[in-house]
Design a protein around this ligand. Sequence first.
Ligand code: CDP
Length: 210
Amino acid sequence: MIIAIDGPAAAGKGTLARKLAEHYGYAHLDTGALYRAVASRVLRAGVAPNDSAGATEEAQLLDAGDLLAPDLRTERVSDIASRVATVPGVRAALLDFQREFARRPPEGQKGAVVEGRDICTVVLPNADKKLFVTASAEVRAERRWKELAAGGATVSRAEVLKSVVERDRRDEERAQSSLRVAPGAFLLDTTKLDIDAAFEAAKAFVSGQN
Ligand code: CDP
């Protein structure tokens, strides 16, 4: 059983995917963390953000330890992740891992919840259940700002909104694997929903009740 979830920056896909995975006893893969880990490597290696060959090389060298990088959730890494994600070589380097995770979830789990931007459209177009989770840019930025502020980051709401809008634009405009709603995907707008309400709606869809 494969549940694929796409959506724009800070839409709450991570929390939703984690809750669904926990509920159904499936493995969870946050593919954004893979792009973030590539970005973190790019920064550490001193590769210029517009050096496509350098970014591709870092993606090819990615290992599990990179997912523990302390800067993974920072705004700087968010920005670089969204830039390296436009490089076709970077996306190609991460593709097999994502597909293999879904085909054979770790620890013999009987399903996987995989979330990102191109999961329903490119990575796992044959997923059993497809969802597109979104919310207004203002609401998404506010949620991300709260998360960053709680972690002690000193960043303004306006800066976070600007970054969210910029990342959305890059995701939507890139030539390959652009962010869009896959045919047949369940559209879940969480602008007016809290996490419990969003989870109930997603669960009802996955269980075939809506
Ligand atoms: O947490 P947030 O929603 O802000 O971002 P994320 O899911 O951690 O993804 C970080 C960046 O990786 C995004 O801004 C996308 O540009 C990119 N990404 C992608 O291109 N394809 C994916 N399947 C997942 C993430």
